[in-house]
Ligand binder design. Structure first.
Ligand code: NAD
Length: 321
């Protein structure tokens, strides 16, 4: 099966939070980008989002020829995908919508173009069921902001060809991403399963009045969050076992897993809980606009990535290690 490995034209279907992030990343890598989104005013909003992301992308370093002017916004799905080498769908997370959309996208796409979906946890075998040439269809699940965070989870459905997975891994690497091939097709993949478990516990803590949303965020950002950005949970815990290592750690903290401290089942989203979360985060946001906060977040992410990259280099590692 022929799949395109070196891409020149990137198509973005859906230009919301995630789609605009893909557009910004692809433009920063010197690609031509064609976008389509059915919402009124979508083009203006997309161009504003890309402009807001651009200073951070300049700090990271733009590829030769990278320019916001290489974005073309079109009126139909067909015009968006017809000449694209790589198509990234970032439409709303509804299976029926993605099922119909991918039937249309795959009919209009070049036969050797790769089609990827940003879905957060739907199964590719399900929503590519009506796609033409499903062997070239994959999931490429990114993280917000897509133009800065390197991780993208890649997985195929039952009918995806292994060559497509290999080509997608290569293409995402060429966009300076760190693809992670998910071995099994499971709902929620890897990262969102972990994040949802944390999110459920955080909501319980708010619901029970144990902590405010800001205090819970403090518990992450001054502690585990800093470690997670370069070591993850398992290697961190291997060190927590001291010289005796991971086996000792498992013996020491195993009993706590039996208690258990966590609730696992999500709390009911009552009006009161929603109010507490919304009011709590509004207080954290304060007078800052979302665009201002995005620039603050981007500044912190680029600084953290640069600092970790330098530290890794001192230990003989690359940013992708
Ligand atoms: N927000 C996140 O943190 C995040 C992270 C990773 C993956 N995702 C996934 O990315 C996808 C998009 O999520 P989002 O957060 O960008 O949502 P969003 O609501 O910000 O954007 C969705 C966009 O799709 C457009 N749209 C509506 N109907 C459409 C259609 N039929 N075809 C194409 N576009 C259509 C909307 O106008 C909107 O601009 C979802 O599958 C979501 O699960 C989201």
């Amino acid at each position: 099966m022929a799949v395109i490995v070196d891409i020149k034209t990137f198509a973005a279907i859906g230009a919301g939070v995630i789609g605009s992030g893909w557009v910004a990343r692809a433009l920063a890598h010197g690609l031509d980008v064609i976008a389509w989104d059915p919402a009124p005013g979508a083009e203006k909003q997309l161009r504003e989002k890309v402009a807001n992301a651009w200073p951070a992308l300049q700090r990271v370093g733009l590829a030769e020829g990278a320019s916001q002017s290489r974005l073309r916004f079109v009126d139909t799905i067909e015009a968006c995908v017809a000449n694209a080498d790589f198509i990234q769908e970032s439409a709303p997370e509804r299976e029926e919508l993605k099922l119909a959309l991918h039937e249309q996208i795959s009919r209009a796409a070049k036969p050797d173009a790769i089609i990827a979906s940003s879905t957060s946890g739907l199964l590719p075998s399900d929503f590519y069921a009506r796609a033409v040439n499903p062997q070239r269809c994959i999931v490429g699940h990114p993280f917000n902001p897509v133009y800065l965070l390197p991780l993208v989870e890649v997985l195929g459905g039952e009918r995806t060809a292994p060559e497509t997975i290999d080509a997608a891994l290569h293409i995402y690497r060429s966009l300076s991403m760190r693809p992670l091939h998910v071995r099994k097709e499971v709902p929620g993949f890897i990262a969102d399963r972990l994040l949802e478990a944390l999110w459920r516990e955080a909501l319980h803590l708010v619901n029970e009045g144990v902590a405010t949303t800001g205090e819970i965020d403090d518990a992450i950002r001054f502690g585990a969050g800093i470690r997670w950005s370069f070591m993850g949970t398992f290697l961190t815990y291997a060190l927590a076992g001291g010289d005796a290592g991971m086996r000792h750690f498992m013996q020491q903290f195993g009993p706590a897993l039996e208690l258990p401290w966590t609730k696992l089942i999500a709390p009911k989203l009552t009006g009161e809980l929603i109010d507490r979360v919304v009011d709590g985060t509004a207080e954290q946001v304060g007078p800052r606009s979302i665009k201002q906060l995005e620039r603050y977040r981007d500044d912190c992410i680029t600084s953290v990535l640069a600092a970790i990259g330098e530290a890794k280099a001192r230990h003989g590692l690359t940013p992708a290690d």
